[in-house]
Design a protein around this ligand. Structure first.
Ligand code: CAO
Length: 251
């Protein structure tokens, strides 16, 4: 049997290419945030056995309630991500292995009794993940204000390391751009991350035998397979779908 360090040392090095041999090129510096993020993402990708579970959940009722809420509260704006943060936080207590981290020696699991949700924010300098703390204690209006303020700070002034630490899980939403699925990389030391892409209209059978159009939200849950099994991942995503449909979510 070949041991792993020996195998890794035997891999062919990446070729050093002089691309100007093939045509005109331009050298662009990579921002400090992108360099740091790249190092963390590379580490997480190679050290965590990722599996991504894809599903679609029906958000027709949730979207109708969100639209009505926005009409009644012109001073605030609920985006879909706010409801997803709230739903994720609400299901985590019933799935303690998702709100956990592996100890450094891999021999124990640290179960977190707090629920803090990271939200991936795309900034001109790169991707950052500010953390919203104690999500369950906040109303949706408070969450919307916090998310807007954190995204604005991330894009303008930048965030401190403390503002990006201490998450239970993170959400990475590409829903405002598009997509039907992707494989987000876990934001270690978290053990799972929820990827969101754009709502799709799908035909479904109506009770009268006809067809109704439903709004389906694609969810892509990447999880650390050392900690979470596939059946729990499938149940977890279904539970998020049920929570999104719960009228109490808008409290
Ligand atoms: N399906 C369809 N539309 C969606 C949607 C979805 N799943 N999610 C959001 N939208 C819509 C919103 O309803 C809003 O529409 P209106 O302006 O018409 O009301 C619009 O998209 C823009 O939303 P937003 O981006 O202003 O706000 P948000 O709360 O949806 O997202 C934030 C906030 C910070 C998550 C987002 O701006 C962002 O930066 N996302 C990028 C994250 C990222 O890059 N992840 C990839 C990481 S891996 O490289």
């Amino acid at each position: 049997m070949v041991d792993v360090p020996t195998y890794l040392a035997s891999l062919a090095p990446l070729p050093e290419a002089d691309f100007s041999e093939f045509g005109e090129v331009e050298i662009q510096p990579i921002s400090r945030i992108q360099q740091l993020t790249g190092a963390f993402l590379g580490r997480n990708w190679v050290t965590i056995p990722h599996v991504t579970h894809h599903d679609e959940v029906d958000v027709t009722d949730a979207e109708a309630r969100r639209t009505a809420w926005n009409k009644d509260h012109p001073e605030a704006k609920l985006t879909p991500v706010v409801l997803q943060v709230k739903a994720l936080a609400a299901v985590l207590p019933a799935f303690p292995h998702f709100n956990a981290s592996l100890s450094g020696d891999g021999k124990s699991l640290i179960l977190k009794k707090y629920v803090n949700i990271g939200v991936a924010v795309d900034t001109p300098r790169g991707l950052v993940v500010p953390v919203i703390r104690n999500v369950g204690q906040n109303t949706v209006a408070e969450l919307a204000a916090q998310l807007a303020q954190m995204a604005e700070k991330a894009r303008t002034k930048g965030l401190s390391m403390a503002e990006m630490a201490g998450s239970s899980m993170a959400i990475s939403s590409l829903g405002h751009i598009g997509g039907t699925a992707f494989t987000p990389i876990i934001n270690a030391p978290d053990v799972a991350i929820l990827g969101v892409t754009a709502v799709q209209l799908r035909p479904a059978p109506a009770p009268d035998g006809g067809i109704v159009w439903r709004k389906m939200l694609p969810l892509s849950l990447s999880y650390d397979h050392r900690v979470i099994n596939g059946a729990d991942a499938a149940r977890f995503v279904r539970a998020i779908g049920q929570k999104l449909s719960d009228p109490a979510l808008l409290a």
